[in-house]
Design a protein around this ligand. Structure first.
Ligand code: ADP
Ligand code: MG
Length: 598
């Protein structure tokens, strides 16, 4: 048999490599923005059409390329950023693999215009599927303009794999935000389909954060500053009171590069410790600077993961820095933090690595704070085994709903015996055959859910005396706009007013005070569902809203409130279960009770 091994043609090899570097429009955006930064630009414009599927354009005022380099830049493994292996360990630029441009040119139609300051004429280069179509001198501004058209035009399988524009653009938007946060001194703009979303002036970090996240965050930002031999930590954390249900505002930058790191995240969360209410996420924008030789950024082609040589020391320093910041700004009781145990006394470079006392934690190596948690309870739970039987039993043994129907003749009877509350969690109501136990939160969720659905479409709402304004940033606005119509269906009167959601009316059962929490929760749900919560039925939204505003476990109830809940629950079509399938009530019969006394 003849030999069968062949070398892949360059174009094909590039296409395959492109699969690693360019998974979606957002990855091309990231590479191009990083190149512009590496080129020393202080003004970078990003222009997008159709979520990057039609056009990604980056215009920078950086160093530009010579005609020869322009051509070289698209060769595989062509980079100006490292020359030998030592450079690799000291690298401060974003690029070094020399893969990005070659990969992008393999799967798109690319046009480059570039001129170095010192040259009179620039170069225009057209490449399609790795093939150079033309190269000619052109007169253009100094710097580089790169147009990437019709991404994946020659790889239909990949193109079909792309998500809908909304999702792809959300990813681009997030890449842009990461880069713009990391480089506040650089001027950036972003436009999509002709609409300018950001025009960011060169700024200090705080201003840049506010320009992107919205004015609301300004008052919540607490500066963090810590300098040790190993590591410089700076940036801002959000006060615990600003913590949100959504994880949208958590950013680590190592040497000005955005990274994901579950271990560092854990350090931050540890510092916030008791200060957060359950399930809320503090904002942070943290910059770690350290000698590039002490980190390995080469671990992942997209370079968002990182390995630290002194992982545990970095952990300890970061955590202490944040505790100190919280204490200093009187966010945390300063008793919690003793200066003596701070960093000043720690030997950060012990001879023996064993001397570093490892932070006390159990780490799940697979833990990734950026991966999507399980969506809370957007879909109804599968009923537990034996449910049908249970259901029959309760149906049969329960006081019939008619007995509790809202009709005056029964009022006296049903309230003759007073309900009482157990552990601020259960409503206990003596009934003829024993004791009725109601889970107050589950019950109230059911009540709110059915009321919201009943109201759906009827558009009944109570008008607010004063409109309620909720500031959202652009990313949040993008998430919520597609579901506004559904929200209105449920009886909300809401408009987008500049950077705010303006509520002028609410469904009958809602309070204005619930709005911030409700929107926060909704945003988080929209965020964790990759394609946006499918709210073409109001159900999912109603379920969510029902949950957010429900009387929580732990709330003390007055008799009158308990009676109201009992009445309203039995007026429901399905009183036995919360919208997510949890039981709302159960019964202890007299026989059961009696049996325990035998
Ligand atoms: P890398 O960034 O890893 O070096 P790329 O494929 O992204 O590889 O880019 C190849 C080379 O092209 C870079 O090393 C740089 O010299 C040059 N280059 C890319 N983009 C720009 C730009 N916007 N301005 C100037 N030079 C650029
Ligand atoms: Mg690059």
């Amino acid at each position: 048999m003849s030999d069968i091994i062949r070398l892949l043609p360059d174009a094909l090899a590039n296409q395959i490599a492109a699969g690693e570097v360019v998974q979606r429009p957002a990855s091309a955006v990231k590479e191009l923005l990083e190149n512009a930064i590496d080129a020393g630009a202080n003004d970078i414009q990003l222009v997008i059409k159709d979520a990057g599927k039609t056009l990604i354009q980056v215009i920078d005022n950086g160093c530009g390329l010579s005609p020869t380099d322009a051509r070289m830049a698209f060769e595989r493994h062509a980079t100006s950023k490292i020359r030998d292996i030592n450079d690799l360990f000291a690298i401060r630029t974003f690029g070094f693999r020399g893969e990005a441009l070659a990969s992008i040119a393999a799967i798109a139609q690319v046009e480059l215009r570039s001129r170095r300051q010192e040259d009179e004429l620039g170069t225009r280069l057209l490449i399609e599927g790795s093939e150079i179509k033309s190269q000619e001198p052109v007169s253009c501004g100094s710097g580089t303009q790169l147009l990437v058209k019709n991404l994946f035009y020659n790889v239909p399988a990949r193109r079909n794999f792309l998500k809908k524009d909304e999702t792809e653009f959300r990813n681009i938007h997030e890449e842009f935000v990461r880069v713009a946060l990391a480089q506040p001194q650089i001027q950036f703009s972003l436009s999509h389909n002709g609409a300018v979303l950001y025009q960011l002036k060169p700024a200090k970090l705080r201003q840049r954060i506010v320009a992107i996240m919205g004015e609301a965050i300004n008052a919540a930002l607490v500066p963090v500053q810590e300098q040790t031999q190993l590591l410089h930590v700076s940036g801002f954390i959000g006060k615990p009171s600003h913590a949100r249900k959504s994880k949208g505002q958590q950013y680590f930058f190592v040497n000005n590069r955005f990274i994901r790191d579950g271990y560092l995240h854990h350090a931050v969360m540890g510092a916030f410790d008791q200060l957060l209410t359950d399930g809320s996420h503090p904002a942070y924008f943290l910059f770690l600077e350290l000698d590039p030789r002490r980190i390995d950024i080469n671990v992942h082609p997209t370079k968002t993961e990182i390995k630290f040589e002194e992982e545990q020391a970095v952990y300890a320093i970061l955590q202490t820095a944040i505790k100190r910041a919280l204490a200093q700004y009187h966010v945390a009781p300063s008793l919690d933090f003793e200066r003596e145990t701070g960093l000043d006394g720690i030997d950060l470079f012990p001879q023996n690595p064993e001397d570093i006392r490892p932070p006390q934690l159990k780490l799940n190596p697979d833990y990734n704070p950026f991966s999507n948690p399980k969506p809370a309870t957007a879909s109804a739970k599968v009923q537990p085994d034996g449910w049908a039987e249970f259901y029959q039993i309760t149906q049969a043994s329960l006081p019939q709903p008619t007995m509790f129907a809202d009709n005056e003749s029964t009022v006296v009877e049903k309230h003759a015996q007073q309900p009482f509350q157990l552990h601020q969690r259960y409503i206990c109501a003596p009934i003829k055959s024993g004791l009725l136990l109601i889970d107050q939160q589950a019950a109230h969720e059911r009540i709110r859910y059915e009321r919201l659905l009943q109201n759906a479409g009827k558009g009944q709402s109570q008008r607010l005396l004063f409109p309620e304004l909720l500031p959202l940033n652009r990313q949040e606005m993008e998430l919520i706009s597609p579901v506004l119509a559904e929200i209105r269906q449920l009886g909300f009167e809401v408009e987008i007013l500049g950077p705010n959601l303006q509520f002028t009316g609410l469904p009958p059962d809602m309070q204005a005070g619930e709005l911030p929490k409700m929107i926060d929760e909704l945003l988080e749900q929209l965020r964790i569902k990759d394609n946006g919560l499918r709210l073409n039925q109001h159900e999912a939204l109603a379920r969510l809203l029902a949950k957010v505003g429900a009387i929580a476990t732990g709330k003390k109830l007055e008799t009158i409130e308990m009676n109201l809940i009992i009445d309203q629950l039995f007026a429901c079509e399905q009183p036995h279960f919360a919208p997510d399938g949890r039981p709302t009530l159960t019964k202890l019969t007299l026989e059961e009770i009696a049996r325990r006394f035998v």
